[in-house]
Write a protein that binds this ligand. Structure first.
Ligand SMILES: [Zn+2]
Length: 548
């Protein structure tokens, strides 16, 4: 069978398994891969070179299919793709057809689904194939698999390839985080030297003749800000401290704040934005709320968690002072015009990282605190697993439990992190190891330009968040401590083996086909890339990097 036919065949088989992210359907990746292991003579002959690796503590018992092709020498490339797709609700009554590229294309052709002019043009050109997972990313997966089959038939393949298919990428990347111990075990068992993690996510193209590859991936943090105020009746507003006021001041100083925009190489992050913020009141009454909290989305290119935490702390302290000043000014006027002469309580700014607050609770309450945290953690963990509680409500619950063990009852701002955390990665962080990657990129650029007139631009960062974030960790070790201390639900509900990632650190690259409208019902992949160009380039890259 020709390579292009095999890619198409594998993609269709893979698409048939509806591996909707974050659901038990994701286990469909196991069926698909178990069949593949049976189909490829090499894996029939070497059953211990492939398998389904369980993700530790996963509430859906998902597993990571993996396959090792052992050739000569130590050099190893990790081929990664995610096996999950977003659901097909977007297709409306054709949601069942979405997994069959031919059927869904004919539905488009007979005009049963609305589409805009761009989609129609692409459809009529015959250059695109439609369907859920074609672009994101079972098409790319099929490219890696077809190439691996070809290499497995070669007598003396130079180097090694480890293919992993990770679940949950569109959600919390449980698959990639869970695959780290496997990657480590295989390295030790087979004495592998990992020289690259190669992903095959699709890319958007600025124009038909300009393709993109990425040599890094943006980082993402979800800081949680929890403000505990002081309760008071509305009649005595100066005796209380309204946490909504302070939280708003912090939001005002962080939302789209350009000081958080990072630039590195040819990339820039959008500024932070708040995804959620509200008081923590669950009754309708006439008291000030006791607490208010929210969380924001923050993308990074170069800066470490420690730097971000310090910046947020400083901003929160300034906001706290500003709010106290405003209250004092207001009170000054009020006390002149009113008969109410009750003195204003003396407020002092208090801002704590969650790790610091935890220590305070431990100092004040000791083992009673530890015990309650453990039982609350168990409860939260169960509730989240049963979908009775969101991650963020679980996070708030941990902060509240901690606060209840701190003796000081004055208003306080608590800064913590909610899952997920994606470290920023870029090959410039490991310049020595990246040299062969950069040489291979040069070669691809020249080849592609002379062969197809196609220019390849190197993006320093994949901006869509991807699994490559867990291929290296190059920040100072103190950052690991920052994450561990301040990440809520750490180890119980959410975990990243940062020490192991730091040890395994390898350069990254994303080389995938051109795709459009990811996550939409018009998702499609460019046939020439899927069947011809991306496989040729990937093959070239692999041989160049694994060769002597
Ligand atoms: Zn993807």
């Amino acid at each position: 069978m020709k390579r292009s036919e095999r890619i198409m065949q594998l993609m269709k088989l893979y698409m048939k398994e509806k591996t909707h992210t974050g659901t038990s359907m994701e286990k469909g990746n196991e069926t698909f891969f178990a069949n593949w292991f049976q189909d490829v003579p090499y894996f029939v002959k070497h059953p211990d070179y492939c398998g389904l690796y369980p993700i530790a503590g996963d509430h859906l018992n998902r597993r990571v299919p993996w396959a090792l092709l052992k050739g000569k020498g130590k050099k190893t490339i990790v081929l990664v793709h995610h096996s999950d797709v977003v659901d097909a609700d977007d297709y409306g009554k054709y949601s069942e057809t979405a997994y069959d590229p031919e059927k869904i294309t004919s539905v488009f052709k007979d005009g049963s689904i609305q589409m805009n002019d761009t989609v129609r043009e692409d459809l009529e050109s015959g250059k695109w194939i439609f369907g859920r997972g074609t672009a994101d990313m079972k098409g790319g997966a099929a490219i890696h698999m077809a190439l691996m089959e070809e290499y497995s038939r070669q007598e003396d393949f130079q180097g090694n390839l480890l293919l992993i298919a990770v679940p949950d990428e569109e959600n919390l990347s449980a698959g990639m985080r869970g695959a780290i111990p496997l990657i480590k075990q295989l390295k030790e068992l087979h004495d592998l030297d990992y020289i690259l993690m190669l992903d095959v996510e699709p890319h958007s193209r600025p124009d038909e003749n300009t393709a993109l590859i990425q040599e890094g991936s943006v980082g993402k943090l979800m800081p949680v800000i929890y403000v505990r105020g002081k309760l008071s009746h509305v009649g005595q507003v100066y005796q209380g401290f309204n946490p909504v006021n302070l939280l708003s001041a912090i939001i005002r100083r962080t939302e789209v704040n350009p000081e958080f925009i990072e630039t590195a190489g040819n990339a820039a992050t959008p500024p932070p934005t708040w995804l959620y913020a509200k008081d923590q009141k669950n009754v309708y009454d006439v008291s000030l709320p006791i607490a208010a909290a929210g969380y924001m989305n923050l993308l990074t290119l170069d800066r470490s968690p420690a730097e971000i935490f310090n910046q947020l702390k400083e901003i929160s302290e300034n906001a706290f002072e500003e709010v106290i000043n405003d209250i004092e000014k207001s009170y000054l006027y009020y006390s002149k015009v009113s008969l109410d002469k009750t003195a204003l309580p003396e407020w002092k700014p208090k801002v704590r990282l969650f790790g610091e607050l935890y220590q305070e609770a431990l100092d004040d309450s000791g083992s009673a605190f530890i015990q309650e945290m453990e039982s609350v953690m168990d409860e939260v963990k169960n509730n989240i697993a049963n979908n009775e509680m969101t991650l963020i409500d679980g996070a708030y619950r941990m902060i509240e439990t901690t606060l209840s063990h701190v003796k000081d009852l004055s208003p306080v701002v608590v800064i913590a992190l909610a899952p997920p955390y994606y470290p920023n990665v870029n090959n410039s962080m490991m310049p020595e190891a990246a040299k062969p990657v950069n040489d291979a990129i040069d070669d691809l650029q020249k080849y592609s330009l002379s062969e197809w007139g196609l220019t390849f631009e190197v993006e320093n960062y994949f901006t869509g968040i991807c699994d490559l974030s867990y291929a290296m960790f190059q920040a100072e070790s103190e950052n690991i401590r920052y994450i561990e201390e301040n990440m809520l639900l750490w180890k119980h509900v959410y975990d990243i083996p940062l020490e192991a990632i730091k040890e395994l650190s390898m350069p990254v690259m994303n080389l995938g086909p051109w795709g459009k409208d990811f996550h939409k019902y018009t998702e499609r992949v460019y046939l020439q890339d899927l069947l011809e160009r991306t496989p040729i380039l990937t093959d070239r890259l692999i041989k160049k990097m694994l060769g002597e």
